[in-house]
Design a binder for this molecule. Sequence first.
Ligand code: IVH
Length: 676
Amino acid sequence: MNKKEIKKQYFKKIDDYINYNKSYYEKSQPLVDDQYFDKLKKEILLFENKYKFLRSKNSPSKIVGFKPSKNFKKQKHRVPMLSLSNAFSLQDLLNFEKKILNFISKDKDFILSYSAEPKIDGISASLNYKNGEFETGLSRGDGEEGEDITNNLATIKDIPKKILSKDFPEDIDIRGEVFIQNSDFEKLKEKFANPRNAASGSLRQKNPEDTKKIPLKFIAYTFGFEKGLKLKKQSDYLKKLSKWGFKINPLNKTITGVKNLLENYNDVEQQRANLDFDIDGIVYKIDDFELQKRLGNVANAPRWAIAHKFSSNKAISTILDIDIQVGRTGALTPVAKLKPINIGGVIVSNATLHNEDEINRKDIRVGDTAVIERAGDVIPHILSVDIKKRLKNSKKFIFPENCPSCGSKTIKEFNKITKKVDAVRRCSSEGYYCDSISIEKLKHFVSKEAFNIDGFGKKIVENFWKLKLIKFPHDIFKLDYQKIEKLEGWGQLSVQNLKYSISQKKNISLEKLIYSLGIRHIGLENAKLLAKHFISFSKFKNLSKQNDYEEMLNIDGIGETQVNSIKIFFSNESNLKVLNELEKVLVVKKAIQNSDDGLLKNKTFLVTGKLNGISRAEVKSLIEENSGKTVSSVSKKLNYLIIGDKPTKKKIDSAKQLKINVIDQAEFLKMLDKTS
Ligand code: IVH
């Protein structure tokens, strides 16, 4: 081999090494198994030993042993670790406050107090303390279940191991962020793409000694389960954290009103560049714990908190091409392929163009010079194109009339509610006819909030699809492991791991299964409502036989759009086949009804008119918390009609006709042992 050939081979290996490393740490998707990775590393080191002229800053000889471990024990969080909704503008903040005021039925002059906490961009962790001793530390995982990384967390100096204060709760999960300071990251720059990756990589080391080498920090900001925490406000909790020996963010503030939130936001944004840690926004939390409890959660985010993200970064680049991607629900999304450009430290080569209308409105064309915006972790998008710089021969972009994947006709639906034609064009095929839709459905099926199969990421779905190993969701549970073992990048160990991860997920809750099916308009929250309604998988599946779809309109929160979508889903043969096959391979846990021994057990309610000091949404939460149900119309199924101010006369009349109890607010609250 001559020098040129040696270099070529060496750098090919280095490239692979970088790729595998990146995919593992940045996307948590191993492309190869541990053995293969080790072999590659060894080969590079042997090459360097033999040919002294070889050198690369990305060589494993320069990158200390960060072999990730996948062997942490899983543990359920006693209280789920939620995510936050995002706000990007003043309008978003005003909407956030308005929704809160509506929910608690206060007018716009009511003053809300917030804890405003700069949002550190790191890795969240939950630390359990029993009688003042640090016992277990979990990663967030999917929010429901995390990994036991106690030994690694124990190496972090900021995490107190024993707390002697008398007022420290006897059992509490202290939650916060593990991160790396920018000044410390400077020394590790060669090894990791950014401080967040460095923190996440080192937290997942098999050997805590490797974690210890990285100067990780911890800032506390919330709690999960608690017994013995006698505080009324988040701001008091933060003060106490500091007294107990935890670090808290020095820029935390207590603020009233949106105007002041914005002022603080601008102040902190000014300081952002000079801070020694990365922040990507400010988290606002309603300060009062009682109010937080009243507000509760929607899906997996609290109603009482929001993350106000910092403004985006912009850059100019050229649109090289426009691709059409077909999504899980058949939506055709145009994507601009860009001349790669660095925006705020991230190389961007794709930007979403949203939909056909957006392209037409902004007259975006191939060859155009465009302003690209990247805000937080949202997909970059095109703000505008420079018409003056447009080439003379440029042509208007014509959106395809047929699906680029399966050739079916594409359609724009008419939305009965908004009375407008949808901006999105969709592939008109159903079920698993269109390959692109099928692949996206499979990706959704294995995704974090759905089946969450460890090590079965989007790349693996694509690879297995190409190799015809999977076509339908149930194929995942009948994989040909012998064939997989022979594939490049796979070995006995990784196949065993995959087999184990898949078998672990054969037990699934009904709500997760319904969500995983990827039915249009059925997200997490709706899947939960449907699961609660149907209780068992067989009852849900029988929908197709009974053909009584309208019955679902009685589920509060499920409307015509959802019912229609479910109807379409069940009218497709391949979807029915998937349900039958899944039934054979899965054990679907029955849905648990809200503690069904509450004060309103087996009772149904409907509100008409405006109540005093309590919103419809809160009434609904109260009813459900006490094992009751709300319905959307007066029928024989209704037990109580609650009347407020200016009720609908027709509802009262039909209730009286059906001999339904008509009660007022005070009578309702009495049923709950609460007086108005
Ligand atoms: S509170 C229900 N407070 O943001 C409340 N989160 O998108 C959820 N984060 O996973 C967490 N700083 O990693 C909270 N002061 C802060 C935070 C914070 C950063 C992160 C955390 C969480 C994510 C939510």
